[in-house]
Design a protein. Structure first.
Length: 272
């Protein structure tokens, strides 16, 4: 009798766990579909479904991978796992807490093109960066309205006090067909959706040596600048344990207020 009761309790606990796992997974996927309405229409238990009918597998069937492996070969679900702490939280990221750095290459190649095949540069358009302060053009993708979003960021930054907006120019680069130094995967710059602001006032974990990561975040960028970018769908590299405080990239799916605030665990492959 006791054993049967115990088994029932275990079953109920597991069912509850799977239920909350599925809910977290759905909330993260819903946020992804909401973020890219021009491209995505939905998902089922196996695939993400694009507007043109393309299907992409959500899982690679390997839910347990090292962080280094996940950074290099992240599935669509891996890409959504870590929550991005929007707003001035002041929280110092834990080890390997890099929300946004896990990127599924096939997803972004389909969205913005493969720069090594010359597909990204065709979609770049000029935007004048801080017209009243710097006034020269940067090039950024027109896909997903990213150029309009960066123009709105530029307008708002230009209205900030001189001492604050000085951190935003001259920009250190936007489009650049290159890989990321430590992961070997394409940089968000290679898809034309990222900008590096004034490098002379920024900090990057590789400049300081990895020991600094354990000592906590190094940052000089004013929070007003981060708030403007986040309002328009750009996440900040200053919130990564592998910090890069000049870097902003367009990732509206991570700024959706209804996505899970906790790390999302996904249904085991056998359950889908
Ligand atoms: Zn960058």
């Amino acid at each position: 009798m006791c054993a049967r009761l115990l088994l029932s309790l275990i079953w109920l606990a597991l069912a509850g766990l799977w239920g909350s796992t599925a809910a977290g997974e759905r909330a993260a996927l819903d946020a992804l579909v909401r973020a890219y309405p021009d491209q995505l229409v939905g998902y089922d238990s196996v695939d993400l479904i694009w507007r043109d009918g393309t299907r992409m597998q959500l899982s690679d069937g390997r839910p347990v991978k090292s962080f280094a492996e996940t950074l290099r070969h992240g599935s669509l679900l891996d890409q959504l796992r870590l929550p991005y702490p929007a707003g001035a939280t002041g929280a110092v990221p834990g080890p390997d807490d890099d929300p946004g750095r896990i990127r599924n290459r096939a997803f972004f190649d389909k969205m913005y093109g493969d720069c090594w095949k010359g597909e990204v540069s065709l979609r770049l358009v000029p935007v004048v960066w801080l017209p009243r302060s710097w006034g020269r053009s940067i090039r950024i993708t027109s896909v997903n309205g990213v150029a309009e979003h960066i123009a709105a960021v530029s307008e708002e930054l230009d209205a900030l006090p001189d001492a604050v907006k000085r951190y935003a120019y001259p920009p250190a680069g936007t489009y650049n067909c290159r890989t990321v130094a430590d992961t070997g995967g394409p940089s968000m710059h290679s898809w034309g959706v990222a900008i590096d602001i004034n490098a002379a006032r920024a900090d990057y974990w590789l400049w300081h040596g990895s020991g600094v990561i354990d000592a906590g975040l190094v940052n000089r960028i004013p929070p007003e600048i981060v708030a403007v970018f986040e309002r328009h769908g750009f996440i900040w590299g200053g919130k990564w344990s592998h910090y890069d405080t000049m870097h902003f990239e367009y990732r509206p799916e991570l700024l959706d207020g209804d996505r899970p605030r906790e790390s999302v665990s996904f249904q085991p492959a056998a359950q889908r």
